[in-house]
Ligand binder design. Structure first.
Ligand code: ZN
Length: 350
């Protein structure tokens, strides 16, 4: 990927900053390129990785001809390792290597890849309807590979696409590596929603925001869709942590929520109430879903079986109580943590 291949009209300043960093020899060993669904963040990250490894770069771009560039062009370089979410279908080992060819094909055919689209592709490929994850086995693979000597590149690159899909336990394993980075190795994270990443990981990354060039969507529409998507991701992560009684995950999540504004906190709880209400409608009236986008519909169908006559009322009551306490300026971290434990208990009601 060349910088000149990317429609970077809104990212020219960022591009200049990135190039300057390389020219000044300031290459951070852990970096985050983030932006909304349609931002060309992965392309910029790849152009960057190619540039720092190019054997005869110009001031503004890679040469596109050297042995490193030719391998980077095909995304097949022995010192370039991808990590992305996969599903555990039981047919293949749930690691990126098992889905590498499919992922490359997906990347090459789309102008811009998004998590939604990849999840849909994974469902097609595996015949399952699971949501994707970056599993613990993946990180074990990364840790093994990071200790190997570089084959040929100046910098070995680990590119994590959608690191927000790491569960807290998995993320904690990678954290140790970021604390003691191996030489001549760069970790590049490319995220749609970095708020869902562990704060301890985020704090170690050099962050670069990549703007969306898409002109078709009105700003207002885009803002709304994005807000919805963030709420959904926050909520689904929370429910997974509550259901699996992942206390560390819950605690990290409560911590990250506690740093948001009061309005955002209340919005999330109202969103939770709304999703639970939709589950009730789905369970007890019609099996059809209205007004949700695709990711929410898929989630509600899976979540609805856990909502039943015994726990509906307590769900609403506990959530409402929490909203009241937030309005009264209670300790947000404790409130979110306690509500999570209540949810965890309620989800086990049969
Ligand atoms: Zn080159």
């Amino acid at each position: 990927m060349l910088f000149s291949n990317i429609d970077t009209n809104k990212n020219n300043k960022v591009k200049e900053k990135i190039l300057k960093g390389v020219h000044d020899n300031k290459i951070a060993h852990s970096q985050l390129f983030y932006g909304t669904r349609n931002s060309p963040k992965l392309k910029v990250a790849l152009a960057y990785a190619q540039y720092i490894n190019c054997l005869s770069p110009t001031k503004k771009d890679s040469c596109d001809k050297c042995s490193s560039c030719l391998k980077y062009k095909k995304l097949q370089h022995p010192d370039l390792h991808f990590v992305f979410p996969v599903v555990n279908s039981g047919k293949k080992k749930p690691i990126s290597d098992s889905y590498f060819n499919e992922w490359i094909e997906f990347f090459l055919e789309k102008n811009n890849v998004s998590l939604d689209d990849w999840d849909a592709r994974l469902n097609e490929l595996s015949g399952t309807k699971q949501s994707s994850n970056i599993y613990q086995q993946e990180i074990e693979r990364v840790i093994r590979k990071k200790n190997l000597k570089n084959f040929e590149a100046k910098f070995k690159v680990f590119l994590f696409w959608m690191p927000e899909k790491m569960q807290p336990q998995t993320a904690n394993k990678i954290l140790k590596t970021l604390e003691e980075p191996p030489k001549k190795t760069i970790f590049i994270f490319v995220s749609e929603n970095p708020k869902l990443m562990l704060p301890t990981i985020l704090s170690r990354l050099q962050k670069i925001k990549i703007q969306d060039n898409n002109q078709n969507q009105t700003k207002e529409q885009h803002k709304l869709n994005n807000k919805h998507h963030v709420l959904y991701q926050d909520f689904s992560f929370w429910m997974r942590a509550a259901y699996s009684f992942d206390v560390l995950g819950i605690s990290e999540w409560a911590e990250s929520q506690s740093k948001k504004t009061k309005k955002e906190q209340i919005n999330l709880l109202l969103y939770a109430t709304n999703i639970i209400r939709q589950c009730v409608i789905y369970n007890f009236t019609t099996k059809e879903l209205f007004l949700q986008n695709k990711e929410e519909s898929t989630f509600i169908k899976k979540f609805a079986p856990f909502i039943n006559k015994k726990n509906i009322i307590p769900f609403f009551e506990k959530t409402e109580e929490c909203i009241k306490m937030i309005k009264r300026n209670g300790n947000k971290k404790i409130l979110f943590f306690e509500l999570s434990l209540q949810y965890a208990k309620l989800l086990k009601f049969k």
